[in-house]
Write a protein that binds this ligand. Structure first.
Ligand code: NAD
Length: 477
Protein backbone atom coordinates (compact mmCIF):
# COMPACT_ATOMS: atom_id res chain seq x y z
CA UNK A 1 0.00 0.00 0.00
CA UNK A 2 2.83 2.43 0.78
CA UNK A 3 4.76 3.48 -2.36
CA UNK A 4 8.53 3.85 -2.67
CA UNK A 5 9.53 7.39 -3.65
CA UNK A 6 11.68 8.50 -6.57
CA UNK A 7 13.28 11.81 -7.40
CA UNK A 8 11.63 14.08 -9.98
CA UNK A 9 14.17 15.75 -12.25
CA UNK A 10 13.67 17.47 -15.60
CA UNK A 11 10.11 16.17 -15.85
CA UNK A 12 11.01 12.51 -15.15
CA UNK A 13 10.60 10.26 -12.13
CA UNK A 14 13.95 8.62 -11.52
CA UNK A 15 16.11 6.75 -9.02
CA UNK A 16 19.29 8.36 -7.70
CA UNK A 17 22.18 8.04 -10.16
CA UNK A 18 23.95 5.49 -7.94
CA UNK A 19 20.72 3.66 -7.00
CA UNK A 20 21.05 4.29 -3.25
CA UNK A 21 17.93 4.63 -1.13
CA UNK A 22 17.00 5.56 2.44
CA UNK A 23 14.49 3.80 4.71
CA UNK A 24 11.08 5.30 5.52
CA UNK A 25 9.56 4.25 8.87
CA UNK A 26 5.94 4.13 9.98
CA UNK A 27 5.87 6.10 13.27
CA UNK A 28 2.93 3.99 14.47
CA UNK A 29 5.04 0.81 14.41
CA UNK A 30 8.66 1.96 14.12
CA UNK A 31 9.01 -0.50 11.22
CA UNK A 32 10.25 0.20 7.70
CA UNK A 33 7.43 0.71 5.20
CA UNK A 34 9.31 1.82 2.11
CA UNK A 35 12.37 3.45 0.59
CA UNK A 36 13.15 6.86 -0.82
CA UNK A 37 15.72 7.56 -3.53
CA UNK A 38 18.86 9.43 -2.47
CA UNK A 39 20.16 12.15 -4.77
CA UNK A 40 23.82 12.41 -5.75
CA UNK A 41 25.78 15.40 -7.08
CA UNK A 42 25.01 14.14 -10.61
CA UNK A 43 21.28 14.27 -9.83
CA UNK A 44 21.62 17.74 -8.35
CA UNK A 45 23.49 18.96 -11.44
CA UNK A 46 20.67 17.67 -13.63
CA UNK A 47 18.06 19.35 -11.43
CA UNK A 48 19.98 22.64 -11.53
CA UNK A 49 20.33 22.53 -15.32
CA UNK A 50 16.67 21.68 -15.87
CA UNK A 51 15.43 24.34 -13.42
CA UNK A 52 17.65 26.95 -15.10
CA UNK A 53 16.38 25.97 -18.56
CA UNK A 54 12.74 25.91 -17.45
CA UNK A 55 13.15 29.34 -15.87
CA UNK A 56 13.81 30.91 -19.26
CA UNK A 57 10.44 29.61 -20.46
CA UNK A 58 8.47 30.01 -17.21
CA UNK A 59 9.48 33.62 -16.55
CA UNK A 60 8.03 34.51 -19.98
CA UNK A 61 4.81 32.55 -19.40
CA UNK A 62 1.98 35.00 -18.75
CA UNK A 63 0.64 35.27 -15.23
CA UNK A 64 -2.79 34.08 -16.40
CA UNK A 65 -1.28 30.97 -17.99
CA UNK A 66 0.68 30.29 -14.81
CA UNK A 67 -2.57 30.63 -12.89
CA UNK A 68 -4.35 28.14 -15.19
CA UNK A 69 -1.67 25.52 -14.59
CA UNK A 70 -1.76 26.09 -10.84
CA UNK A 71 -5.53 25.57 -10.86
CA UNK A 72 -5.05 22.38 -12.91
CA UNK A 73 -2.56 21.11 -10.29
CA UNK A 74 -5.09 21.91 -7.56
CA UNK A 75 -7.77 19.97 -9.48
CA UNK A 76 -5.46 16.95 -9.65
CA UNK A 77 -4.57 17.17 -5.98
CA UNK A 78 -8.19 17.54 -4.89
CA UNK A 79 -9.21 14.49 -6.93
CA UNK A 80 -6.46 12.43 -5.20
CA UNK A 81 -7.00 13.43 -1.55
CA UNK A 82 -8.48 10.06 -0.54
CA UNK A 83 -5.56 8.26 -2.18
CA UNK A 84 -2.79 10.46 -0.68
CA UNK A 85 -4.14 10.95 2.86
CA UNK A 86 -3.45 7.37 4.10
CA UNK A 87 0.07 7.58 2.65
CA UNK A 88 0.65 10.78 4.64
CA UNK A 89 -0.65 9.12 7.80
CA UNK A 90 1.50 6.02 7.31
CA UNK A 91 4.73 7.97 6.94
CA UNK A 92 4.12 10.86 9.34
CA UNK A 93 1.70 9.48 11.93
CA UNK A 94 -1.04 12.13 11.98
CA UNK A 95 -4.68 10.97 12.14
CA UNK A 96 -6.33 10.44 8.76
CA UNK A 97 -8.68 13.40 9.33
CA UNK A 98 -5.67 15.69 9.84
CA UNK A 99 -3.99 14.27 6.74
CA UNK A 100 -7.11 15.01 4.69
CA UNK A 101 -7.28 18.49 6.14
CA UNK A 102 -3.62 19.13 5.25
CA UNK A 103 -4.37 18.16 1.65
CA UNK A 104 -7.55 20.26 1.47
CA UNK A 105 -5.55 23.22 2.78
CA UNK A 106 -2.92 22.58 0.10
CA UNK A 107 -5.66 22.78 -2.54
CA UNK A 108 -6.76 26.11 -1.01
CA UNK A 109 -3.18 27.47 -0.98
CA UNK A 110 -2.57 26.56 -4.62
CA UNK A 111 -5.76 28.30 -5.73
CA UNK A 112 -5.04 31.43 -3.69
CA UNK A 113 -1.55 31.80 -5.19
CA UNK A 114 -2.97 31.10 -8.67
CA UNK A 115 -5.26 34.09 -8.20
CA UNK A 116 -2.52 36.22 -6.67
CA UNK A 117 -0.22 35.58 -9.65
CA UNK A 118 -2.45 37.75 -11.83
CA UNK A 119 -2.62 40.60 -9.30
CA UNK A 120 1.05 41.24 -8.87
CA UNK A 121 1.32 44.80 -10.15
CA UNK A 122 4.27 47.13 -10.68
CA UNK A 123 3.83 50.91 -10.69
CA UNK A 124 4.47 54.08 -12.65
CA UNK A 125 6.25 56.91 -10.82
CA UNK A 126 5.56 60.49 -12.00
CA UNK A 127 8.77 61.78 -13.60
CA UNK A 128 10.57 65.06 -12.92
CA UNK A 129 10.85 65.87 -16.62
CA UNK A 130 8.32 65.71 -19.45
CA UNK A 131 8.60 62.82 -21.88
CA UNK A 132 10.01 60.46 -19.28
CA UNK A 133 8.37 57.25 -18.09
CA UNK A 134 9.50 55.72 -14.82
CA UNK A 135 8.37 52.14 -14.27
CA UNK A 136 8.78 49.76 -11.36
CA UNK A 137 8.61 46.19 -12.60
CA UNK A 138 8.38 43.04 -10.50
CA UNK A 139 10.35 40.13 -11.88
CA UNK A 140 10.82 36.53 -10.71
CA UNK A 141 14.05 36.20 -8.78
CA UNK A 142 15.17 32.99 -10.51
CA UNK A 143 15.67 29.36 -9.51
CA UNK A 144 14.68 28.62 -5.91
CA UNK A 145 16.14 26.00 -3.56
CA UNK A 146 13.40 25.05 -1.08
CA UNK A 147 13.90 22.86 2.00
CA UNK A 148 10.89 21.49 3.87
CA UNK A 149 10.45 19.40 7.04
CA UNK A 150 8.51 16.32 8.06
CA UNK A 151 5.76 17.77 10.28
CA UNK A 152 3.57 18.89 7.35
CA UNK A 153 5.23 17.18 4.38
CA UNK A 154 2.69 18.57 1.90
CA UNK A 155 1.65 21.85 3.49
CA UNK A 156 5.18 23.12 4.14
CA UNK A 157 6.20 22.42 0.55
CA UNK A 158 3.07 23.74 -1.11
CA UNK A 159 3.45 27.29 0.21
CA UNK A 160 6.97 27.57 -1.16
CA UNK A 161 6.23 25.92 -4.51
CA UNK A 162 3.07 27.90 -5.19
CA UNK A 163 4.45 31.32 -4.29
CA UNK A 164 7.58 30.63 -6.35
CA UNK A 165 5.72 29.31 -9.41
CA UNK A 166 3.11 32.07 -9.22
CA UNK A 167 5.93 34.64 -9.26
CA UNK A 168 7.50 32.99 -12.32
CA UNK A 169 10.34 31.17 -10.55
CA UNK A 170 11.30 27.52 -10.98
CA UNK A 171 12.01 25.31 -7.98
CA UNK A 172 14.29 22.60 -6.68
CA UNK A 173 12.51 21.20 -3.65
CA UNK A 174 14.48 19.15 -1.12
CA UNK A 175 11.63 17.65 0.87
CA UNK A 176 11.60 15.56 4.04
CA UNK A 177 13.20 12.11 3.74
CA UNK A 178 11.20 10.91 6.75
CA UNK A 179 7.83 11.51 5.04
CA UNK A 180 8.54 11.58 1.31
CA UNK A 181 5.67 9.87 -0.53
CA UNK A 182 2.85 12.34 0.18
CA UNK A 183 5.01 15.23 -1.00
CA UNK A 184 5.95 13.27 -4.12
CA UNK A 185 2.23 12.65 -4.78
CA UNK A 186 1.65 16.38 -4.49
CA UNK A 187 4.48 17.08 -6.96
CA UNK A 188 2.91 14.50 -9.29
CA UNK A 189 -0.31 16.55 -9.24
CA UNK A 190 1.75 19.46 -10.60
CA UNK A 191 3.64 17.31 -13.10
CA UNK A 192 0.39 15.87 -14.46
CA UNK A 193 -1.05 19.38 -14.85
CA UNK A 194 1.51 20.08 -17.58
CA UNK A 195 4.09 22.38 -16.00
CA UNK A 196 7.20 22.66 -18.19
CA UNK A 197 9.84 20.01 -17.53
CA UNK A 198 12.19 21.35 -14.87
CA UNK A 199 9.74 23.91 -13.42
CA UNK A 200 9.58 21.72 -10.30
CA UNK A 201 12.30 19.28 -9.34
CA UNK A 202 12.08 17.08 -6.26
CA UNK A 203 15.12 15.76 -4.41
CA UNK A 204 15.70 13.67 -1.31
CA UNK A 205 19.00 12.67 0.23
CA UNK A 206 21.36 13.82 2.96
CA UNK A 207 20.01 17.30 3.84
CA UNK A 208 23.38 18.90 4.60
CA UNK A 209 24.95 17.51 1.41
CA UNK A 210 22.12 18.89 -0.70
CA UNK A 211 21.96 22.33 0.93
CA UNK A 212 25.72 22.75 0.82
CA UNK A 213 25.76 21.88 -2.89
CA UNK A 214 22.71 23.86 -4.00
CA UNK A 215 22.91 27.07 -1.99
CA UNK A 216 26.33 28.26 -3.25
CA UNK A 217 25.56 27.17 -6.82
CA UNK A 218 25.28 30.17 -9.20
CA UNK A 219 21.98 28.90 -10.66
CA UNK A 220 20.22 29.28 -7.28
CA UNK A 221 19.01 32.83 -6.56
CA UNK A 222 16.77 32.26 -3.53
CA UNK A 223 16.72 29.88 -0.56
CA UNK A 224 13.57 29.08 1.39
CA UNK A 225 13.85 26.87 4.46
CA UNK A 226 11.45 25.65 7.12
CA UNK A 227 12.90 23.86 10.14
CA UNK A 228 14.83 24.49 13.32
CA UNK A 229 16.52 27.76 14.25
CA UNK A 230 20.08 26.32 14.41
CA UNK A 231 19.81 24.84 10.90
CA UNK A 232 18.14 28.03 9.66
CA UNK A 233 21.00 30.16 10.97
CA UNK A 234 23.53 27.85 9.35
CA UNK A 235 21.78 27.99 5.96
CA UNK A 236 21.30 31.77 6.21
CA UNK A 237 25.04 32.20 6.78
CA UNK A 238 25.78 29.99 3.78
CA UNK A 239 23.31 31.92 1.63
CA UNK A 240 24.75 35.24 2.87
CA UNK A 241 28.24 34.22 1.85
CA UNK A 242 26.91 33.83 -1.70
CA UNK A 243 24.51 36.81 -1.59
CA UNK A 244 21.38 34.68 -1.97
CA UNK A 245 18.07 35.92 -0.66
CA UNK A 246 16.45 33.77 2.05
CA UNK A 247 13.10 33.10 3.62
CA UNK A 248 13.45 31.37 6.99
CA UNK A 249 10.47 29.85 8.79
CA UNK A 250 12.06 28.59 12.00
CA UNK A 251 11.19 27.52 15.50
CA UNK A 252 8.67 29.05 17.86
CA UNK A 253 7.68 28.88 21.53
CA UNK A 254 4.23 30.44 21.43
CA UNK A 255 2.87 32.19 24.51
CA UNK A 256 -0.85 31.61 25.06
CA UNK A 257 -2.09 34.33 27.41
CA UNK A 258 -5.42 33.85 29.18
CA UNK A 259 -6.65 36.89 31.11
CA UNK A 260 -9.17 36.58 33.93
CA UNK A 261 -11.79 38.47 31.88
CA UNK A 262 -11.53 36.10 28.87
CA UNK A 263 -14.10 33.66 27.50
CA UNK A 264 -12.41 30.85 29.40
CA UNK A 265 -14.23 27.93 27.84
CA UNK A 266 -13.27 28.95 24.31
CA UNK A 267 -9.69 29.69 25.44
CA UNK A 268 -9.38 26.18 26.92
CA UNK A 269 -11.10 24.33 24.10
CA UNK A 270 -8.94 26.04 21.46
CA UNK A 271 -5.87 25.31 23.56
CA UNK A 272 -6.65 21.59 23.84
CA UNK A 273 -7.64 21.36 20.18
CA UNK A 274 -4.49 22.97 18.88
CA UNK A 275 -1.87 21.85 21.39
CA UNK A 276 -2.34 18.19 20.51
CA UNK A 277 -2.93 18.68 16.79
CA UNK A 278 -0.20 16.86 14.81
CA UNK A 279 1.04 15.56 18.20
CA UNK A 280 2.21 19.08 19.01
CA UNK A 281 4.74 19.10 16.16
CA UNK A 282 3.64 22.48 14.92
CA UNK A 283 5.81 25.60 14.88
CA UNK A 284 2.87 27.83 15.92
CA UNK A 285 1.58 25.45 18.65
CA UNK A 286 0.86 27.03 22.05
CA UNK A 287 3.66 26.11 24.46
CA UNK A 288 3.78 28.58 27.37
CA UNK A 289 0.21 28.94 28.64
CA UNK A 290 0.17 32.04 30.84
CA UNK A 291 -2.97 32.32 32.96
CA UNK A 292 -3.98 35.25 35.17
CA UNK A 293 -3.97 34.29 38.87
CA UNK A 294 -7.71 34.42 39.70
CA UNK A 295 -8.66 31.89 36.99
CA UNK A 296 -5.47 29.80 37.04
CA UNK A 297 -6.88 26.77 38.92
CA UNK A 298 -10.04 26.57 36.78
CA UNK A 299 -8.19 26.88 33.48
CA UNK A 300 -5.60 24.33 34.54
CA UNK A 301 -8.20 21.80 35.68
CA UNK A 302 -10.23 22.11 32.47
CA UNK A 303 -7.14 21.84 30.29
CA UNK A 304 -5.86 18.77 32.17
CA UNK A 305 -9.27 17.10 31.73
CA UNK A 306 -9.22 17.92 28.02
CA UNK A 307 -5.70 16.48 27.70
CA UNK A 308 -6.78 13.27 29.47
CA UNK A 309 -9.66 12.89 27.01
CA UNK A 310 -7.40 12.92 23.93
CA UNK A 311 -7.48 9.46 22.27
CA UNK A 312 -4.02 8.44 21.10
CA UNK A 313 -3.46 5.69 18.55
CA UNK A 314 -2.54 4.69 15.02
CA UNK A 315 -3.72 7.51 12.78
CA UNK A 316 -5.35 5.02 10.43
CA UNK A 317 -7.71 3.77 13.18
CA UNK A 318 -11.14 5.27 13.72
CA UNK A 319 -11.82 7.74 16.53
CA UNK A 320 -8.20 8.78 17.05
CA UNK A 321 -7.45 12.38 18.10
CA UNK A 322 -3.66 12.16 18.14
CA UNK A 323 -1.20 9.85 16.40
CA UNK A 324 2.38 8.99 17.33
CA UNK A 325 5.20 11.49 17.18
CA UNK A 326 6.89 11.49 13.80
CA UNK A 327 10.26 10.08 14.86
CA UNK A 328 12.21 8.63 17.79
CA UNK A 329 14.15 11.92 18.27
CA UNK A 330 10.96 13.59 19.46
CA UNK A 331 10.37 10.84 22.08
CA UNK A 332 13.87 11.41 23.47
CA UNK A 333 13.25 15.17 23.51
CA UNK A 334 9.97 14.71 25.44
CA UNK A 335 11.66 12.51 28.05
CA UNK A 336 14.49 14.98 28.52
CA UNK A 337 12.35 18.14 28.68
CA UNK A 338 9.68 16.73 30.98
CA UNK A 339 12.24 15.05 33.28
CA UNK A 340 14.17 18.31 33.57
CA UNK A 341 11.00 20.38 34.24
CA UNK A 342 9.95 18.06 37.08
CA UNK A 343 13.50 17.95 38.52
CA UNK A 344 13.47 21.76 38.62
CA UNK A 345 10.18 21.82 40.60
CA UNK A 346 7.50 21.84 37.88
CA UNK A 347 4.29 19.89 38.59
CA UNK A 348 3.36 17.06 36.21
CA UNK A 349 -0.45 16.94 36.09
CA UNK A 350 -1.04 14.41 33.35
CA UNK A 351 0.98 12.43 30.83
CA UNK A 352 4.76 12.44 30.81
CA UNK A 353 5.31 8.93 29.46
CA UNK A 354 5.82 7.05 26.28
CA UNK A 355 2.88 4.79 25.37
CA UNK A 356 3.87 1.16 24.67
CA UNK A 357 7.14 0.01 23.15
CA UNK A 358 6.17 -0.06 19.48
CA UNK A 359 6.05 3.15 17.48
CA UNK A 360 6.62 6.65 18.81
CA UNK A 361 3.50 7.29 20.91
CA UNK A 362 3.61 9.77 23.78
CA UNK A 363 0.96 10.84 26.28
CA UNK A 364 -0.63 14.30 26.01
CA UNK A 365 1.18 16.09 28.81
CA UNK A 366 0.46 19.09 31.02
CA UNK A 367 3.03 20.67 33.33
CA UNK A 368 2.34 23.57 35.69
CA UNK A 369 4.33 26.13 37.69
CA UNK A 370 7.53 25.37 35.79
CA UNK A 371 10.45 27.69 36.64
CA UNK A 372 12.00 29.84 33.92
CA UNK A 373 15.32 28.03 34.06
CA UNK A 374 13.78 24.69 33.02
CA UNK A 375 14.83 23.68 29.50
CA UNK A 376 11.21 23.44 28.32
CA UNK A 377 10.72 27.13 29.13
CA UNK A 378 13.50 27.99 26.70
CA UNK A 379 13.61 25.31 23.98
CA UNK A 380 10.85 24.57 21.50
CA UNK A 381 9.40 21.23 22.72
CA UNK A 382 7.77 20.34 19.38
CA UNK A 383 5.58 17.71 20.98
CA UNK A 384 2.32 17.13 22.89
CA UNK A 385 3.31 19.01 26.03
CA UNK A 386 2.25 22.40 27.38
CA UNK A 387 3.39 24.36 30.41
CA UNK A 388 0.72 26.27 32.35
CA UNK A 389 2.16 29.09 34.46
CA UNK A 390 0.48 31.98 36.27
CA UNK A 391 0.81 35.74 35.95
CA UNK A 392 -0.33 38.59 38.21
CA UNK A 393 -0.58 41.49 35.74
CA UNK A 394 -0.63 41.99 31.98
CA UNK A 395 2.83 43.61 32.08
CA UNK A 396 4.29 40.40 33.48
CA UNK A 397 2.59 38.28 30.82
CA UNK A 398 4.02 40.49 28.06
CA UNK A 399 7.49 40.37 29.64
CA UNK A 400 7.34 36.57 29.75
CA UNK A 401 6.04 36.40 26.16
CA UNK A 402 9.01 38.51 25.01
CA UNK A 403 11.65 36.82 27.21
CA UNK A 404 12.73 34.27 24.59
CA UNK A 405 14.60 34.90 21.34
CA UNK A 406 11.66 33.32 19.45
CA UNK A 407 8.87 35.41 17.93
CA UNK A 408 6.68 33.32 15.64
CA UNK A 409 3.11 33.00 16.95
CA UNK A 410 1.38 34.35 20.07
CA UNK A 411 -2.18 34.06 21.36
CA UNK A 412 -4.12 36.17 23.85
CA UNK A 413 -7.61 35.86 25.29
CA UNK A 414 -9.29 38.86 26.90
CA UNK A 415 -12.52 40.88 26.75
CA UNK A 416 -10.62 44.09 27.47
CA UNK A 417 -9.95 46.27 24.45
CA UNK A 418 -7.18 47.98 26.41
CA UNK A 419 -5.40 44.67 27.09
CA UNK A 420 -5.90 43.54 23.49
CA UNK A 421 -4.30 46.76 22.26
CA UNK A 422 -1.35 46.30 24.62
CA UNK A 423 -0.81 42.76 23.32
CA UNK A 424 -1.00 43.92 19.70
CA UNK A 425 1.50 46.71 20.31
CA UNK A 426 3.95 45.11 22.72
CA UNK A 427 4.29 41.38 22.03
CA UNK A 428 7.34 40.73 19.87
CA UNK A 429 5.92 38.28 17.38
CA UNK A 430 5.32 37.78 13.69
CA UNK A 431 1.73 36.63 14.23
CA UNK A 432 -0.74 37.33 17.03
CA UNK A 433 -4.24 35.93 17.34
CA UNK A 434 -6.56 37.50 19.93
CA UNK A 435 -9.60 35.52 21.12
CA UNK A 436 -9.14 33.00 18.31
CA UNK A 437 -6.68 30.61 16.69
CA UNK A 438 -6.89 32.54 13.44
CA UNK A 439 -3.49 32.05 11.78
CA UNK A 440 -2.00 30.36 8.73
CA UNK A 441 -4.62 31.01 6.05
CA UNK A 442 -3.22 31.32 2.53
CA UNK A 443 -4.11 35.02 2.26
CA UNK A 444 -2.55 36.21 5.54
CA UNK A 445 1.15 36.74 6.30
CA UNK A 446 2.91 33.82 7.96
CA UNK A 447 6.24 34.87 9.40
CA UNK A 448 8.43 35.15 12.44
CA UNK A 449 10.65 37.81 13.98
CA UNK A 450 13.86 37.47 16.00
CA UNK A 451 15.23 33.90 15.95
CA UNK A 452 12.00 32.61 14.37
CA UNK A 453 13.21 33.84 11.01
CA UNK A 454 12.03 36.28 8.39
CA UNK A 455 10.21 36.52 5.07
CA UNK A 456 6.52 35.68 4.84
CA UNK A 457 5.03 32.40 3.64
CA UNK A 458 1.49 33.73 3.23
CA UNK A 459 -0.36 36.62 1.65
CA UNK A 460 0.95 38.94 -1.06
CA UNK A 461 4.15 39.28 1.01
CA UNK A 462 4.95 35.64 0.22
CA UNK A 463 4.88 36.29 -3.51
CA UNK A 464 7.13 39.33 -3.07
CA UNK A 465 9.85 37.19 -1.47
CA UNK A 466 10.25 35.51 -4.88
CA UNK A 467 10.35 38.76 -6.85
CA UNK A 468 12.98 41.36 -7.57
CA UNK A 469 12.29 44.99 -8.33
CA UNK A 470 13.52 46.51 -11.56
CA UNK A 471 13.33 50.26 -12.06
CA UNK A 472 13.19 51.39 -15.70
CA UNK A 473 13.45 55.03 -16.73
CA UNK A 474 12.66 55.71 -20.37
CA UNK A 475 13.02 59.06 -22.10
CA UNK A 476 10.97 59.39 -25.26
CA UNK A 477 13.03 60.47 -28.28
P1 NAD B 1 16.76 19.28 12.45
O1 NAD B 1 17.05 20.65 12.90
O2 NAD B 1 17.91 18.37 12.20
O3 NAD B 1 15.91 19.27 11.09
C1 NAD B 1 14.82 20.12 10.85
C2 NAD B 1 14.59 20.07 9.33
O4 NAD B 1 15.70 20.64 8.68
C3 NAD B 1 14.48 18.66 8.77
O5 NAD B 1 13.50 18.65 7.76
C4 NAD B 1 15.85 18.37 8.17
O6 NAD B 1 15.79 17.51 7.07
C5 NAD B 1 16.29 19.73 7.74
N1 NAD B 1 17.73 19.91 7.81
C6 NAD B 1 18.55 19.60 8.83
N2 NAD B 1 19.82 19.95 8.54
C7 NAD B 1 19.80 20.48 7.29
C8 NAD B 1 20.79 21.03 6.44
N3 NAD B 1 22.08 21.13 6.81
N4 NAD B 1 20.42 21.47 5.23
C9 NAD B 1 19.13 21.42 4.83
N5 NAD B 1 18.14 20.92 5.60
C10 NAD B 1 18.47 20.46 6.82
O7 NAD B 1 15.88 18.62 13.51
P2 NAD B 1 14.66 17.63 13.59
O8 NAD B 1 14.99 16.60 14.61
O9 NAD B 1 14.18 17.12 12.28
O10 NAD B 1 13.58 18.59 14.20
C11 NAD B 1 13.96 19.21 15.42
C12 NAD B 1 13.47 20.57 15.55
O11 NAD B 1 13.30 21.24 14.31
C13 NAD B 1 12.11 20.61 16.17
O12 NAD B 1 12.21 20.50 17.55
C14 NAD B 1 11.61 21.94 15.75
O13 NAD B 1 12.10 22.91 16.65
C15 NAD B 1 12.24 22.18 14.43
N6 NAD B 1 11.29 21.98 13.32
C16 NAD B 1 10.55 23.04 12.98
C17 NAD B 1 9.63 22.92 11.97
C18 NAD B 1 8.76 24.09 11.59
O14 NAD B 1 7.68 23.89 11.09
N7 NAD B 1 9.26 25.32 11.78
C19 NAD B 1 9.46 21.69 11.34
C20 NAD B 1 10.26 20.61 11.71
C21 NAD B 1 11.19 20.77 12.71
Amino acid sequence: MYPDTQLFIAGEWTNGSDGETLAVLNPATGGEIGRVAKATATDMDRALASAAKAFEQWRKTTASDRAKLLHAAADNLRARIDEIAPVLTMEQGKPLAEARSELRNADDVIRWFAEEAIRSYGRIIPARKPGVQQMVMKEPIGVVAAFTPWNYPVAQAIRKICAALAAGCTVILKAAEEAPASCAAMVRAFADAGFPDGAINLLYGIPSEISEYLIPHPVIRKVSFTGSTPVGKHLTALAGAHMKRVTMELGGHAPYIVCADADLSSAVSMLAGHKFHNAGQVCIAPTRVLVEEPVFDNVLEDFVNAAKAVKVGDGLSDGIDMGPMANARRLDAMDRLIGDAVAKGGRLLTGGNRIGNAGFFFEPTVLADVPQDAAIMNEEPFGPVAVVNRFAAVDAAIAEANRLPFGLAAYAFTRSQRHAQRFAEDIETGMLSINDYGLAYAEVPFNGVKDSGYGSEGGPEALETFQTIKFVSQTNL
